[in-house]
Design a protein around this ligand. Structure first.
Ligand code: LLP
Length: 434
């Protein structure tokens, strides 16, 4: 039996893989491969789930914001706007994309550990609502640039709570030695806070933390909330401060393969809220307006990538390779993190799986692997292969390595399919060459 890892996948009567009710082979034929498919309905369901859970657990002033680093293109910001989310943006490029999509930037939070003066000025001129300030030098730059413009810039301070979220190292960001944020434990957070309060062009609205991504640990958000709320309580005692916002970052994990766990996100949010209300009561502070920044859990299971099989290489006594017409250029996650994926032969997902192989890309690098050790029905050149759960950190991390053109992205609703990002052309590849 094919492992249909999410419920927007099915097998049609013709024996082919369907995604959100669409025949994947027909889509591959219509748009060519490699191809990113995005299930718009699933994106909306995931966003609506957060908005509802937040309203129920944290009240009407709380705000889930979509972390665009997971997948940033114009259409998704329109959907975020329609679904009532804010956004987290980490670069001028993400902000510009959101602006071009008509997203109301007063609901944008500008993040990142090293915003240049140019980035800061650009974001202010776009009218970005909030900056999330990583460190003291950046704070001074923001204060200076805001003063030049006669503004009082709203912002949150990103603090490092000193939590290990037990995920892979590349995405664990809450530990004291992280490149992100200003540590509470070392006393630097407190010094930065005092300095912030002395800056007339700065309007401090709250605090932020983000401890990691692809997090399954049950109490990670509770533990970081404890540390942040303690810090807030001390701010109240020492400076009479009662911050409006507390942003707990993103990070809920998703299921890539059958062995992965499953996070019941509304239940997890309800548990965090209940815990925080108790802690606030004990500390004698009011609960700030809560923000979270989900990226992966909004878009991952909305994505599916289609490839065409090329070479099927068998090295007797050694190994089998199935090569596809994309690779680390459209999905670098195995090369970077040894990430797991579920791979299906879209033309015959339920045929008997007899070929044990590595599914590899076409880039000039041995580590250009989509997924090793996969059991598939033996594919022939020209058949379509599907890699599931590719909606997060695939397109946004894609490159033109080997001058491969990036794939198109097609959105699916129950009734229609439409292009959201067109396929790059060879001319796109030389556009900036002089
Ligand atoms: N907020 C901040 C400050 C973040 O740094 C991140 C992710 C998020 C929110 C969203 O986290 P999510 O809900 O998506 O877990 N490229 C890696 C993931 C990097 C995550 C970076 N920060 C991967 O492909 O696994």
């Amino acid at each position: 039996m094919a492992k249909l890892i999410s419920d927007n996948l099915s097998v049609g009567e013709n024996g082919r893989l369907y995604f959100r009710g669409h025949d994947t082979l027909a889509l591959a034929e219509k748009y060519s491969t490699p191809l990113y498919l995005m299930d718009e309905q699933r994106i909306r369901e995931n966003m609506a789930m957060y908005v509802k859970a937040f309203r129920e657990s944290f009240g009407p002033d709380s705000l889930p914001i979509y972390a665009g680093k997971a997948n940033s293109f114009k259409r998704i910001y329109q959907i975020a706007k329609e679904e009532g989310m804010g956004i987290d943006a980490v670069s001028a490029g993400e902000l510009y994309t959101a602006m071009k999509a008509g997203f109301p930037l007063e609901r944008a939070f500008f993040q990142g550990n090293n915003k240049t003066d140019w980035d800061i000025a650009f974001a202010m001129d776009l009218g970005v609502g909030y900056f999330v300030v990583d460190n003291r030098e950046e704070l001074d730059a923001i204060a200076r640039i805001a003063a030049e413009r006669g503004l009082r810039q709203k912002l949150l301070l990103r603090l490092t709570p000193g939590i290990d979220p037990h995920t892979y190292d590349a995405v664990a960001t809450g530990k004291v030695d992280s490149k992100f944020g200003t540590a509470i434990e070392t006393g630097q957070a407190r010094q930065m806070l005092e300095h912030t309060l002395s800056l007339p062009s700065i309007d401090l609205r709250g605090f932020h933390c983000h401890v990691g991504s692809q997090v399954f640990g049950e109490d990670v958000f509770e533990r970081s909330a404890d540390i942040m709320l303690e810090f807030i309580a001390r701010c109240g005692r020492d400076y009479g401060l009662s911050p409006e916002f507390l942003d707990l970052g993103g990070g809920y994990g998703v299921r890539y393969v059958e062995e992965d766990g499953h996070v019941d996100i509304p239940a997890a949010i309800a548990a965090v809220a209940e815990h925080m209300k108790k802690v606030c009561a004990r500390l004698g502070i009011r609960l700030p307006k809560i923000i979270m920044e989900p990226g992966r859990s909004i878009v991952a299971d909305a994505g599916l990538t289609l490839y065409t099989v090329g070479t099927v290489k068998k090295i007797p006594g050694y190994k089998n390779y199935v090569s596809v017409d994309g690779g680390m250029s459209d999905n670098p996650r195995y090369a970077l993190y040894r990430s797991k994926y579920t791979v299906l032969l879209a033309s015959r997902p339920e045929a008997e799986a007899r070929l044990f192989c590595d599914v590899v890309g076409r880039c000039c690098e041995s580590d250009d692997v989509i997924q090793p050790d996969v059991l598939l029905p033996e594919p022939e050149r020209g058949e379509i292969l599907a890699v599931c759960t590719t909606g997060a950190y695939n397109y946004s991390m894609a490159s033109n390595y080997n001058r491969l053109a990036r794939p198109a992205m097609v959105m699916l609703t129950e009734a229609s399919d439409y292009l959201a990002v067109r396929r790059e052309t060879l001319d796109d590849l030389v556009r900036n060459d002089i």
